[in-house]
Ligand binder design. Structure first.
Ligand code: ADP
Ligand code: MG
Length: 504
């Protein structure tokens, strides 16, 4: 999921330099196969795409790969034929990138803040972040900010906002602090230290706060980076013997956001540099926000003076969400993607995704991907199976063994008609008859849909059960219900209950 998002970001940037038709032709169904130890392995579905990307657009790709994922030192491309399969979920839908391009670029201009540095030129965008990659070599080595390059703030992911962060009692305090900071950065809650387990929304809050500050103060220079990235920069600056200019750059920042600060414990010099920057910014009343997987006092290997600096501001913990918050998060994510899932299914997910929001999102992504592929609403049983496969086969909360063991009870078209007729309390004659009243028509269409999907009858055969209606009528009914399942809560719920009755 993360790699796909990253790839989408990279290609959105690439689309600023590569014509749309080329993008559609050569980047269709490509993917990042792996990003490990600074090496980004890109997959192309065909040798033709591979050749074009490698020969015509490699430098552009490297440049933007580094901009989007600063830890990238090297980019490699290989052919992976499996990407052509429509159900290979690693591959990207390039049409979405092209469609998105305009919107994203607009936003980018707003958020890309650049400042002049000694000897530097005003540059726009993250374009200068991979200067070492432009000498024709295949790898892209080097740090993001080479020599006297201008300082470009890092694009914050637009997906994260304080509005789309679901607030529950587990994260209310952290959210409130972020709201306050976004209005008046640097004035209170400084530094803000957010800590908690993985997948609980720390990165979301940090990036959202950065986005919000930029919205409220478009001239502010907001820099978000992971501690790991900061570490790399410091190491590169030390190698160049030029930590002073690094320090100078950071001094100009209005809001410095550092994610996953527990990584600092690895390098003493990083801590030293950070401490200086921290003090400079703090004295100038600039905002500092950091996140960590543990409270300041437990940051082993972190210098005491840094720990106490962190502890001197606002320290808040985010906790795993409770059931209500989990429900609200799932509902919001469905809404965001304009899909409807029956309440039973949402509840089932909320009862099982106990670890983190990321786990919940993972469940949802898998279900939605399945729905896209099969064009079918999942049943409780398929959802339970999915959860089981994710959690290593342990018990699925809220679904009984008996439910999982059910066998299909419906064997014929007549069985199906009887079931639907009973469920909606419509006499069989009326259900199969000529009435076009909505309260009859919809159940009839749903019945046809189920006969098609569950019993695998042909449209013609189904028509015969309904007084010889012709197959286009049945086809229409099928498509209609398919569409409604994604939009209409009642139809989605009814279908789920009926499938449950059927034993699916
Ligand atoms: P962390 O940085 O704590 O490991 P993330 O911020 O990366 O966690 O969160 C993981 C995923 O869950 C992200 O996609 C994020 O948008 C989502 N998420 C976490 N908490 C919430 C929330 N309260 N409301 C909406 N989405 C959330
Ligand atoms: Mg994070």
């Amino acid at each position: 999921m993360y790699l796909q998002e990253l790839w989408q970001q990279v290609l959105t940037l690439v689309s600023s330099e590569v014509p749309k038709n080329k993008l559609l032709t050569y980047f269709s169904r490509t993917a990042i196969l792996e990003l490990k130890d600074g090496i980004m392995k890109v997959g192309a579905p065909t040798p033709m795409a591979h050749a074009w990307i490698a020969n015509k657009c490699f430098q552009t790709l490297v440049k933007f790969a580094q901009a989007a994922a600063p830890e990238t030192r090297e980019v490699t491309i290989e052919v992976d034929g499996a990407l052509l399969n429509q159900d290979d979920l690693r591959a990207i839908d390039i049409t979405q990138v092209v469609a998105q391009e305009k919107r994203v670029r607009k936003v980018r201009n707003l958020n890309e803040v650049t400042i002049k540095d000694v000897g530097g030129q005003l540059t726009n965008g993250a374009v200068n972040t991979a200067r070492n990659g432009s000498n024709g070599s295949v790898s892209a080595h080097g740090s993001a900010y080479g020599g006297n390059a201008s300082f470009v703030s890092h694009m914050l992911n637009q997906k994260y906002s304080l509005n789309n962060f679901v607030v529950g009692k587990d994260n209310r305090l952290a959210h409130a602090a972020c709201i306050a900071i976004s209005r008046r950065p640097g004035s209170e809650y400084n530094p803000l230290f957010i800590y908690g387990g993985v997948g609980l929304g720390k990165t979301h809050l940090l990036q959202a706060t950065g986005n919000e500050i930029l919205k409220n103060h478009p001239d502010a220079l907001v820099v978000y980076l992971t501690a790991e990235r900061f570490l790399n920069e410091v190491v590169a600056a030390i190698k160049r013997g030029d930590t002073a200019s690094l320090r100078n750059r950071y001094r100009k920042v209005d809001c410095l956001i550092i994610d996953d600060i527990q990584f600092f414990t690895r390098g003493e010099r990083t801590q030293e540099e950070f401490f200086h920057t921290f003090n400079d910014l703090f004295d100038a009343q600039k905002q500092i926000i950091v996140s960590s997987d543990c409270p300041p006092r437990e940051l082993d290997g972190m210098e005491d003076r840094l720990k106490s600096r962190f502890g001197s501001g606002m320290v808040v913990e985010v906790y795993p969400p409770d059931f209500e918050t989990r429900l609200a998060i799932l509902q919001q994510k469905c809404q965001q993607q304009s899909v409807i899932l029956p309440p039973e299914i949402i509840e089932c997910l909320a009862k099982n995704g106990l670890q983190s929001v990321r786990e919940l999102e993972g469940f949802l992504t898998r279900i939605l991907a399945g729905m896209k592929l099969t064009k079918m609403m999942p049943t409780i049983r398929t959802v339970a199976q999915m959860i089981k496969s994710q959690n290593g086969g342990s018990q699925v909360n809220g679904v009984s063994e008996e439910e999982l063991q059910r066998v299909m009870k419906i064997r014929s078209g007549d069985d199906m008609i009887t079931l639907v007729s009973r469920y909606y309390q419509i006499p069989i004659e009326t259900l199969t008859g000529a009435s076009r009243k909505k309260e009859i028509l919809l159940p009839r269409q749903l019945c046809m849909y189920l006969m098609y999907e569950v019993l695998k009858y042909s449209y013609g055969t189904i028509g015969d059960y309904f007084h010889g209606r012709n197959h286009t009528t049945v086809l229409h009914a099928h498509h209609k219900i398919e569409g409604l399942l994604m939009q209409d809560q009642k139809i989605a719920s009814d279908t789920l209950t009926l499938k449950r009755e059927i034993g699916l």
